[in-house]
Every structure is written in structure tokens, then in C-alpha cells.
Design a protein around this ligand. Structure first.
Ligand code: SAH
Length: 347
């Protein structure tokens, strides 16, 4: 059965025409779901009984199954959801002073193979569908009885390796008659799939782009991120330059500080050199420990020195606040610990 959450409003209208229903019925259903937060056709009380029966027959309308929910001291909540086929995914809610932001998963597992990241320990099983991403937002909103104001596609998976469905997801949550999450409140993070960055620059969207860079040169990046052997840092830089020229948007670089690997002052200068002339800024991320990886966090002093060096060279840099590290909900710590009921956990 099709999920009702896979449709943009335009798709839903077409779909309704196919099942011999009026266009405005599609708008009504869209509104029930995204405006009123009603997740059962039977409760959509301005629809006729017949129509409700027809919808039940054709489409799935239920929210995701919540298997587990862990709350951190800082208010972060990590959810473990079960998908229709039994696949398990994690979604993280973060509470900020400016609103509530949701870290959405885009794939079941990940094939990018970054050496420091736990999310990639499970190889990609499949892409998530548009509806499975939309449902992460709706299910969490229902659970907290509050609105999600920001979405970051930074959970497990490489969003640009699931390009079409991620774009449709963005379109649905951004739609003015739907959740109306502002494009500037949506961020997609990629490890740097250059062909997709180019495609993304043609979408005409105001959505933010973040690049997981994590290294100041190819030698180090090749070791940390296999994708760099396909698209070197120079190729990536060219693509970003074009993206920025075309969209007039600023790019964010994510840079995890790994003690003794990429956190020296000389490396800060190399990073500054790489970024020179790009409308970009760096978000420095303290490394969150992942038992298997063998990396460790930079000291507080080296983190500060690295940041100061960038600022001295007039490169915009901020230090990312950690969320939910006590529940393994922080960056790179997401992983479905149990697959098919078997413990594959690291503790
Ligand atoms: N595949 C996409 C989306 C995932 S975003 C991407 O690479 O951008 C998740 C972010 O957390 C990425 O920037 C990733 O590099 C970072 N990350 C991974 N492991 C981490 C760790 N152990 N500590 C801190 N950040 C980590």
C-alpha cells in the first residue's frame, strides 16, 4: 500500500484525480495531516464516510512505531523507530532557545565509510523513502505535542546518495500549506558528492548546505573519508565555488577536531588557506567518542587555539555545542544498536 506521506500537495491532487475524487479533497487531507496533526483518515470529519473508507483501502496513514526513547540531561531526545519492513532508524530532537530542531536519518545504514563515524558501521541496507523521512518529523511532533521549527538532515546516511527522495522530503516539509518549515531552517549535510552539489545548486532552494570536511589536506582527508579519493578537495572546492556563485548562499564546513590528527595550528592555517575566497564558515565539532575507532578528542586548549588561529586569519569559525552525548545521540554516535532483535552494540 502507498503511504499518504509520500505525496507533495501537487502529487496528492493527481492521485485523487486518479481515484475519481475532487481536487479540493486532496487539499483537505493535506491540511488534516500537516496543519491539524490528524493521523487517521477516520478522524478527518469533513470527509464523507465513503471517501474515508476509500482512503483506508488505498493508503497507509499511521505514524512510525516508537521502539525506544532516551532523554538526555540537556533535553535532547533520541528516538529509535521501527519501519514497515522492520528496519530500525534513529532520529534526534534538540532543544534550542530559538526552537526545536530535528536531526533526520536519510538511509538505513551508510556506505561512505568515514573512519571516525559510528553511523556508518552498518552498511547501507537501503534508502529511506520520502514518507519515512516525513514521518520522522510528524511522529516526533506528535510525541512532544509541539512544532519542529528546524530540520537538519544529519542523521545516519548520506542524503545526496538518496537525492530524489530527500529533495521531495524537503519540498513537503517546506510547503506553505504543510509544515511550513522555512527553507533557511533546513540544512542538508553531505560528505561531498560533487555531482549532487551541482544538481542541488540548480534547485533554486534557500536550503542550507553543510559539507563534512574534517581535514585540511588530501592526505588526511583520504585517510578519514574514502569519498575524497573520488572527489579530491580541489574538485570539491571548485564545485562549492560554483554553488556559491549560483545561489549566493553561504556554505558551512563541518570540521571534527581529532586529537593529533587534524588539530594543529599549521593545519588551521592550511584550512584557512583552503577556504580563502569561499563564502563559507567553519563549524568546529568536538569529536564524540566511538569505541571502535581509535580516535580521541582534542584537548580544550587545542580546540580553542585552532579556533583562534582561524579567527586571526579572518575565517569565520564557531564551536558546535554538543547535544545528547550522554545518550549516544551526538554526531557520529547514531547507530541502530540492535538489528533484527540481535545486539550488535558496542557495550
Ligand atoms: N553523510 C552526511 C550526513 C551525516 S551528518 C555527512 O557526512 O555530512 C553527521 C555529521 O557528524 C557529519 O559531519 C559527520 O562527519 C559528523 N560526525 C561523524 N562522526 C562523528 C563523531 N564521532 N564525532 C563528531 N562528529 C561526527
Amino acid at each position: 500500500m502507498k503511504s499518504i506521506y509520500q505525496f507533495t500537495l501537487e502529487d496528492m491532487i493527481e492521485e485523487f484525480i486518479e481515484i475519481n475524487e475532487k481536487k479540493f479533497r486532496a487539499s483537505q487531507v493535506f491540511e488534516w495531516i500537516y496543519r491539524k496533526g490528524v493521523y487517521s483518515f477516520d478522524n478527518m470529519n469533513n470527509l464523507s464516510k465513503d471517501l474515508r473508507a476509500k482512503l483506508n483501502e488505498h493508503y497507509l496513514c499511521s505514524l512510525l512505531t516508537m521502539k525506544e526513547k532516551q532523554e538526555s540531561k540537556d533535553g535532547t531526545i533520541k528516538y529509535l523507530f521501527e519501519l514497515e519492513d522492520g528496519g530500525l532508524i534513529e532520529t534526534v530532537l534538540m532543544v534550542h532557545d530559538y526552537g526545536k530542531s530535528l536531526c533526520v536519518t536519510s538511509q538505513l545504514g551508510c556506505n561512505m565509510g568515514c573512519s571516525f563515524c559510528a553511523s556508518g558501521l552498518l552498511k547501507k541496507q537501503r534508502n529511506l523513502s520520502t514518507s519515512e523521512m516525513v514521518l520522522q518529523v510528524l511522529t516526533v511532533q506528535e510525541d512532544i505535542q509541539d512544532r519542529i521549527s528546524h530540520v537538519v538532515v544529519m542523521g545516519t546516511g548520506e542524503p545526496f546518495d538518496n537525492y530524489e527522495q530527500v529533495m521531495k522530503f524537503v519540498y513537503i516539509i517546506n510547503h506553505a500549506k504543510g509544515l511550513a518549515i522555512g527553507a533557511r531552517h533546513i540544512t542538508i549535510s553531505t560528505c561531498g558528492l560533487v555531482d549532487k552539489i551541482e544538481q542541488f545548486s540548480n534547485e533554486g532552494l534557500q536550503v542550507n548546505l553543510a559539507i563534512s570536511l574534517h581535514a585540511p589536506n588530501n592526505d588526511i582527508r583520504n585517510q578519514l573519508m574514502p569519498i575524497n579519493r573520488k572527489y579530491s578537495m580541489e574538485v570539491l572546492r571548485d564545485a562549492l565555488k560554483k554553488y556559491i556563485e549560483k545561489t549566493n548562499r553561504r556554505v558551512t564546513f563541518e570540521y571534527i577536531l581529532l586529537g593529533g590528527v587534524n588539530d594543529s595550528l599549521a593545519q588551521a592555517r592550511q584550512l584557512a588557506h583552503y577556504m580563502r575566497g569561499l563564502n563559507a564558515y567553519v563549524n568546529l565539532i568536538p569529536y564524540n567518542s566511538v569505541d571502535e575507532s581509535g580516535f580521541h578528542q582534542s584537548t580544550k586548549a587545542s580546540i580553542q587555539a585552532f579556533k583562534d588561529e582561524l579567527l586571526r586569519l579572518r575565517i569565520n569559525a564557531t564551536l558546535r555545542k554538543e547535544h545528547g552525548s550522554d545518550i549516544d545521540g551526538a554526531c557520529g554516535q547514531l547507530r541502530a544498536k540492535r538489528v533484527g532483535g540481535v545486539h550488535h552494540g558496542n557495550r
